[in-house]
Design a protein around this ligand. Structure first.
Ligand SMILES: *Cc1c(COP(=O)(O)O)cnc(C)c1O
Length: 384
């Protein structure tokens, strides 16, 4: 038996990322799972539940990652891998019944908000957006009744607001609403929403879990067998499945997750402090800063503060654009969670909510030497 699957061994998460999803220990067995390239599987007689049957229903290349992620999130059932984070969002939103109400943070991941608004526009659901950091306001919306799903993202993308995850999950449950938590920013090493009462956890595996900006994938995790069956059915019928090579790359990336997070979190904390002192920076958003409005809440419910931070550049949009152009090491690109540090002015996207300031830069801190990262930021800010 694989050591990580032996429940008698209670392994720490930084061990699980390395040991989970390995092939059985047999003489001459490979240490890593193989990539299985097959669109169909041999079978005769009636197809029964659990048969591989066809490549859109299952692939052995997905299983190791699905087991590893479930173990990390503390789920009792294997995760479900998807073609992208948004394919996972689409599957999760399929749990809202026709005409049901969905409550979402106003600063949710932009693609999830666009999808939800488009579904609302054609009458598939009712969308209510909220300030997710304002617990009483969210509870008031839940108390109005008839809410089918509460969507949680904490920290939010890109404004880094912190939701009171356990309290809101409890309030949603009391109101009969399902809770889906997008845990992309934190990863299960920093935050485990299922333990805090969420029904489903969502990941853009593209980001930290895979970690090398070379693959697009998503995942859902739940311990609820009925919900998992519904989601699996949706994945099989809508077809948003992962490629075998991508699944293999994601597991390969996961092996170093603990080291990457340790390094990038420490660097993000250091950079947040230094940026706060720079005269060309009007404000820093990072839940690890003692002055951040979400700090106490984040401290209570997370094992760390993540590696994403936001700054508002003094001098507005033009100054912020100049900083991005002057950087030499930081890569100007959307996305986050890779080994390389990325920076982006979020409002360059037409769909970004106007409540995100025009001079706001989102920084995804990678694993480079922190002094090099700082020197590059400082020269770009000093040049203003
Ligand atoms: C990137 C992202 C997504 C979407 O994932 P894709 O893999 O790009 O489809 C969803 N949620 C968050 C928080 C993200 O950062």
């Amino acid at each position: 038996m694989n050591a990580a699957e032996d429940s008698r061994l209670l392994l720490a998460p930084d061990t699980v990322v390395v040991s989970a999803g390995r092939p059985a220990r047999e003489h001459d067995a490979p240490v890593n799972p193989p990539i299985v390239l097959s669109s169909t599987y041999v079978g005769t007689g009636t197809v029964v539940d659990g048969d591989r049957a066809y490549g859109r229903y299952s692939n052995p290349s997905w299983d190791p990652f699905e087991q590893a992620l479930a173990q990390l999130e503390g789920a009792e059932l294997p995760a479900l891998l998807y073609a992208s984070g948004l394919a996972a969002v689409s599957s999760a939103l399929s749990l809202v019944p026709a005409g049901g109400t969905l409550v979402m943070p106003r600063h949710s991941y932009q693609g999830a908000l666009v999808m939800a608004s488009e579904l609302a526009q054609r009458g598939a659901l009712i969308l209510k957006t909220v300030d997710i950091a304002d617990t009483e306001a969210v509870e008031a919306v839940l108390a109005e009744g008839q809410v089918s799903m509460l969507w949680l993202e904490s920290p939010t993308n890109p404004m880094l607001e912190i939701a009171d995850v356990p309290r809101l999950a409890g309030a949603a449950r009391a109101a009969g609403a399902l809770v889906v938590a997008d845990n992309t920013f934190s990863t299960p090493l920093v935050q485990r929403p299922l333990e805090a009462g969420a029904d489903v956890v969502l990941h853009s595996v593209t980001k930290y879990l895979a970690g090398h900006s070379d693959v697009v994938l998503g995942a859902l995790v739940t311990s609820n067998a009925e919900l998992r069956a519904e989601l699996l059915h949706h994945r099989s019928i809508h077809g948003g499945i992962a490629g075998p090579f991508e699944a293999w790359l994601a597991l390969r990336g996961l092996r170093t997750l603990a080291l990457r997070i340790e390094r990038s979190q420490a660097s993000a904390a250091e950079l947040a402090l230094r940026l706060q002192q720079h005269p060309q920076v009007d404000g820093v958003r990072y839940p690890g800063l003692a002055t951040d409005p979400g700090h106490d809440r984040a401290k209570a419910q997370m094992d760390g503060f993540g590696s994403i931070l936001g700054i508002e550049v003094a001098g507005g949009q033009v100054a912020a654009e100049k900083v991005v152009e002057a950087l030499q090491l930081w890569v100007p690109a959307t996305s986050l969670g890779g080994v390389e540090s990325l920076i982006e002015r979020r409002r360059r996207h037409a769909n970004e909510p106007a409540s995100v300031p025009a001079n706001f830069l989102r920084l995804s801190v990678g694993i480079e030497n922190v002094e090099d990262l700082w020197a590059d930021l400082r020269q770009a800010l000093d040049a203003l």
